[in-house]
Design a protein around this ligand. Structure first.
Ligand SMILES: [Zn+2]
Length: 540
């Protein structure tokens, strides 16, 4: 890449809300969510393609495109080219306004480097300009364009509303898997269509001008096909299977397909059935993982450089990690029951049996540390446990809040936040993750072997929580009494003696909390309780 003189940043916001705008009662939630997630990725890709075409740039100017954001960097742009870019942005915004009922918003920032401006500085400037653009959504649709007056910024009346999202007018009558007839908006209807075709599809083709039979996608026509090769007249193509003809320059080298658990007939496994596959309580885990300090790593990669090649390499490695390596892992047990809602850029969101999602978090962190520790990057995560009938959207909001906690609140005994996991009511450093997992498994095993009644876990949890709430609480004597009265002697054979020695060690450290096992006992016990709960009804 030659010296960078212009930076274009594009951003699609409202993604998570729009993604989960798929009501739980709709039937086929897993299939619709899959389609909508792909739709969002495609909109971002199309926006990047339209912008780079508008200013006459090619693929080498694309620094990254992932998770609804893209960055283009290239030579100086004449004012006419900037105007064309702005006009494209208006067109994309206008399309999103009507197509998504103003749920998805597009923002663009164009920053020209002033002479000698260091790249990290220019990148920060572009980011700030993008933030300002995001604070005034739809303003670019107003005023500048006489064909699009302020009065047009009014959505059509929502009557009768779509039976699924209730956000847009119902237009199509559809019969779902459960044989219920529903009135759907254009978007929800297309999700259904796309979701039905995806399981056997090989190519996503973008056509321009849009052929009449294609789905409308921000100025392109989208065709989903399972032919051996993409159609000769397709402008751009995304491969859904992993092999594609490398010589075909129209193919955008991006992994858009994500793993979802399927039945033998290729249809997605619905969330309620995934919950039933969990150990112990039939709960779903909603897991969100996100790289820490990415902005600092990008600035570091751009430090002292004339171009963004370093940033490009780092973001390609990150995207490869999230979009390809992790997704590939899900193809095989023990991870194949996980439903990848999205993964790419620097984060992921997935849903699956709670214990599988939790174990996967630890596995991903180890892989991430191996690949990115030398770049100064760490990972934070949040896992929410929800009933399978609970709307996935609320589960995702909870996982978000937990992720935020991991990124802002230092774990008990730690001084800085980040590089942490939040789950089961506590936050811990990844260096303590194995302790949480191993101790929880050990306790659950003792319960299963009838070495300890499950009720003891509740007793220990009450004491541990009281201790963490108030260091002066007189709970250690109660713990000593509970152990002395109930537990087998420490010289007992095998696991019985092991259990008592574990309890003695806990008691000895209970006041000081020197060991992670003591500090994280509430999370450990909640994990063990969840793993040994046989139905979802015997507890609040
Ligand atoms: Zn709808």
């Amino acid at each position: 890449m030659n010296a960078v003189q212009t930076i274009l940043l594009g951003d699609l916001s409202g993604v998570q809300d729009f993604l989960f705008d798929v009501a739980a009662e709709g039937g086929g939630q897993a299939r619709r969510l899959r389609a909508r997630s792909l739709f969002i990725s495609l909109v971002a890709e199309v926006a990047a393609l339209r912008l780079s075409e508008a200013v006459g740039w090619g693929r080498s100017q694309l620094v990254f495109s992932a998770a609804g954001k893209f960055l283009l960097a290239g030579p100086a742009l004449p004012e006419a080219a900037r105007d064309r870019a702005r006009l494209e942005a208006v067109e994309i915004s206008r399309w999103l306004f009507t197509e998504t009922g103003a749920a998805l918003r597009f923002a663009l920032a164009i920053h020209g480097l002033v002479n000698g401006q260091p790249l990290p500085h220019a990148y920060d400037h572009a980011q700030q300009a993008l933030q300002r653009a995001k604070w005034r959504p739809w303003s670019d649709l107003l005023g500048q364009d006489p064909a699009w007056p302020a009065a047009a910024l009014v959505l059509p009346p929502i009557s009768p509303p779509c039976d699924l999202c209730r956000r847009r007018p119902g237009r199509h009558t559809e019969r779902d898997d459960d044989d219920t007839e529903r009135l759907l908006c254009a978007r929800c209807h297309q999700d259904g269509e796309l979701g039905r075709r995806l399981p056997t599809a090989r190519w996503l083709e973008l056509h321009a001008p849009p052929p009449p039979d294609a789905m409308d996608l921000a100025g392109f026509g989208l065709r989903v096909t399972n032919a051996n090769r993409p159609a000769p007249d397709a402008r751009f193509v995304f491969a859904l299977t992993h092999q594609y003809p490398v010589t075909d320059g129209r193919i955008v080298p991006r992994r858009l397909a994500r793993h979802i658990p399927r039945h033998p007939d290729n249809q997605p496994v619905e969330f309620k059935d995934l919950g039933a596959r969990a150990t112990g309580a039939p709960l779903l885990g909603v897991l969100k993982l996100d790289a820490d300090n990415l902005g600092a790593a990008f600035r570091h990669a751009a430090q002292g450089a004339a171009n963004l090649d370093g940033v490009k390499r780092l973001s390609e490695r990150l995207d490869d990690f999230f979009a390809r390596q992790l997704d590939d892992l899900l193809a095989r047990p023990p991870w194949s029951d996980l439903y990848m809602v999205f993964s790419g850029g620097d984060d992921l969101l997935l849903v699956g049996p709670w214990n599988v999602a939790f174990d996967f978090a630890g596995h991903v962190q180890q892989l991430f540390a191996r690949a990115f520790a030398r770049d100064g990057l760490t990972l934070s995560g949040g896992l929410a446990l929800v009933k399978p009938t609970f709307p996935i959207r609320s589960g995702a909001d909870q996982a978000d809040a937990l992720l935020e906690q991991a990124k802002t609140e230092p774990a008990l005994g730690a001084t800085v936040p980040k590089d942490q996991m939040a789950a089961f009511g506590q936050v811990w450093k990844w260096s303590d993750h194995a302790t949480v997992v191993n101790t929880a498994r050990r306790l659950a095993e003792w319960v299963r072997q009838d070495l300890m009644p499950r009720g003891w876990l509740h007793t220990l949890l009450d004491l541990a929580e009281a201790r963490n709430r108030d260091a002066a609480a007189p709970v250690t004597a109660r713990l000593a009494y509970h152990i002395g009265r109930n537990y087998p002697p420490s010289h007992a054979d095998g696991a019985r003696g092991e259990l008592r020695r574990w309890a003695n060690d806990l008691l000895a450290d209970f006041d000081a909390g020197q060991r992670a096992e003591t500090r994280l006992l509430p999370a450990i016990l909640r994990h063990a309780l969840t793993a040994t709960r046989s139905t979802s009804r015997d507890e609040p």
